[in-house]
Design a protein around this ligand. Sequence first.
Ligand SMILES: Cc1cc2nc3c(=O)[nH]c(=O)nc-3n(C[C@H](O)[C@H](O)[C@H](O)COP(=O)(O)OP(=O)(O)OC[C@H]3O[C@@H](n4cnc5c(N)ncnc54)[C@H](O)[C@@H]3O)c2cc1C
Ligand code: FES
Length: 262
Amino acid sequence: MNQTTAAVKEITCIADGVYSMWFRTEIAKEAKPGQFVMVNPRSEAHLLGRPISICEIDADRSLLRLVFRVVGYGTDELASSKTGDSFTILGPLGNGFDVSKAEKDSNVVLMGGGIGAPPILGLACALKAAGVQKITAVLGYRSREAGIFLKDEFENVADVVITTDDGSEGLKGNVVEALRAKDIAADIIYSCGPMPMLRAIKGFAEEKGIPAYISLEERMACGVGACLGCVVKTKDKDEHSHVNNTRICTEGPVFEAQEVDI
Ligand SMILES: Cc1cc2nc3c(=O)[nH]c(=O)nc-3n(C[C@H](O)[C@H](O)[C@H](O)COP(=O)(O)OP(=O)(O)OC[C@H]3O[C@@H](n4cnc5c(N)ncnc54)[C@H](O)[C@@H]3O)c2cc1C
Ligand code: FES
């Protein structure tokens, strides 16, 4: 983990309020899909870093891609930046997705909901590079009007199924409904998205008896395990603290769904 100054190489608006940003940083050399970075706002009035998942990694060129939705001060400041601006960032943080859990000939299903889709794209690229043959990405969005971002990039590495809340693109409904409606074979699931979606995936995985790895993107403060502001209840007791709690920022954000109480 490093704290470094990272320069903005490129920033583009890719959907309503959603931005894609490439940072030039040595953190790219250590990063893996599903990990995140803390981006510090430049204003001293805002002390806490903002956690943003790593969307894509170009280790050779020391580039990291982040895709984020503007919701408040920190993300608005990021969206307003220009090529050449610099930010202090800390990372890579968290455990990330374990690509080795997927067998090369298994049916791997990736599920991304809204702004949970970006880390799943980096994972899809890593799975493809590892030789996994059957990758299906089921991606849920609000509506066509709000933007079906990253779809083309997912199509380069996976079979893609789109759902929208209003049915304006793809199937109407959520990603788990799409999995059932299309009877998509799944030996393993990796997912990131809003909590109701992750709960539904946990239920689906339990019913089918398959492993599901979910990334929890709840609120964080320090991002490095110090404040206990991000704990989630676990099925088993932690072997050090002997309590049924774990920190999302350090032991997560990716957990096997049945291990956490969400
Ligand atoms: C591990 C992790 C990875 C993340 N990855 C991404 C990502 O790749 N792209 C992305 O757009 N966002 C991501 N987020 C969410 C992102 O961190 C927040 O949207 C951001 O910190 C908001 O900062 P802000 O200063 O713009 O808004 P603030 O002014 O801090 O908050 C504005 C509003 O957003 C709400 N909010 C803040 N954080 C969250 C959150 N984590 N979940 C839901 N609501 C929140 C607040 O309650 C408030 O209503 C991630 C969060 C975590 C914990
Ligand atoms: S955010 Fe501080 S311990 Fe996780």
